[in-house]
Design a protein around this ligand. Structure first.
Ligand code: PLP
Length: 320
């Protein structure tokens, strides 16, 4: 592993700044982590202090007052809330069904693959045929299952807090740009706005990336088993799963039943977020209100043995 360098300054050489001189512009751990992620996604990666920070930076760098974003319906609820915050600066957004073509007359198309927590997949071909630039938030797919830049997207966004770092111990975001000139423009905005990732989470990302493929493949295998069993369970009304990845959601009858599952778990942690080595589950209505069914439980499958996870889910579902 490269050494973790927390310096904010580096000495000039012969009176001239070298590659690194002030941390807000660039630092060695960040550059190394960006190189590794850029390779995985096939583009030019830039890191941000969180996924939400990456989202905000990307739209502020790309768009102007009066522009409209077409946002995938049912995407991470925080993305729509962040866009709503920017309405005061003249940025508009509307929602559309990402399984079909994006609406005309928008300046940016924002997809999520798969959407969190509805797990729909976007029609990437229809989006690529749209004249606007296309962003794919591929946080839940990861580059192991999807490389959107090869499917016509202009930008990939990740909450690297999730699968990429993968251990619930680093808050980080990333944008991977298809074109070097877009990356330059976004990097200039990032440097000037100061929305930069610190060395420590970048180092944890580098370490996380080393095991990304084995983690995600194992999480996918376990999720596929759990989905089959949940689908056959009498207390489960609906299961949502795109066929790959470690994220799924399922519905029990209502809020009380969801609470009974949440509070009966022994192996799976009742907590928010996703993509870590430990399985987590929560009722999403506590955050998203009536945007989601009251009995919707989101499960992020970790690395525990699948039979332990199933035993835990089945004993919790008995309390429903
Ligand atoms: N995108 C998706 C799909 C997410 O699930 C999240 C967080 O849950 C984000 C973006 C925001 O990322 P962060 O929490 O790292 O700011």
């Amino acid at each position: 592993m490269p050494a973790l360098d927390r310096s904010t300054i580096w000495p000039y050489r012969d009176g001239e700044p070298g590659e690194f001189y002030y941390q807000r512009y660039a630092h060695p751990t960040g550059v190394e982590a960006e190189r590794a992620l850029g390779e995985l996604d096939g583009g030019h990666a830039l890191l941000f202090p969180s996924g939400a920070g990456a989202t905000t930076s990307l739209v502020l760098a790309l768009l102007s007052p009066g522009d409209t974003i077409a946002l995938a319906e049912g995407a991470y609820y925080g993305t729509g809330i962040a866009f709503a915050q920017l309405e005061r600066w003249g940025l508009r957004h509307l929602e559309f069904d990402q399984t079909g073509a994006p609406p005309a007359g928008v300046q940016l198309v924002w997809l999520e693959a798969p959407s969190n927590p509805f797990l729909t997949m976007p029609d990437l071909d229809a989006a690529a045929a749209h004249p606007a630039q296309v962003v794919v938030d591929a946080t839940a797919a990861t580059p192991i299952h999807l490389r959107p830049l090869e499917r016509g997207a202009d930008f990939v966004l990740h909450s690297a807090t999730k699968y990429l770092a993968g251990h619930h111990d680093a808050l980080l975001g990333a944008v991977v740009c298809k074109r070097a000139e877009d990356a330059e423009r976004l990097k200039e905005f990032r440097t000037r706005a100061g929305i930069v990732a610190a060395p420590d989470p970048c180092w944890l990302l580098l370490r996380g990336l080393k095991t990304l493929e084995v983690r995600v493949r194992r999480q996918t295998e376990s999720a596929q088993v759990l989905v089959q069993r949940l689908e056959a369970h009498p207390k489960v009304e609906r299961v949502r799963y795109p066929g790959f990845g470690g994220l799924l959601s399922f519905d029990v009858a209502g809020a009380d039943q969801a609470r009974a599952v949440e509070t009966s778990l022994r192996v799976i942690t009742n907590a928010t977020s996703l993509g870590g080595v430990d399985s987590v589950l929560e009722a999403r209505a506590r955050w998203e209100g009536d945007r989601v069914p009251p009995g919707l439980l989101r499960l992020s499958v970790g690395l525990e043995p699948v039979e332990e996870l199933w035993d835990d889910l089945s004993q919790a579902l008995k309390r429903v």
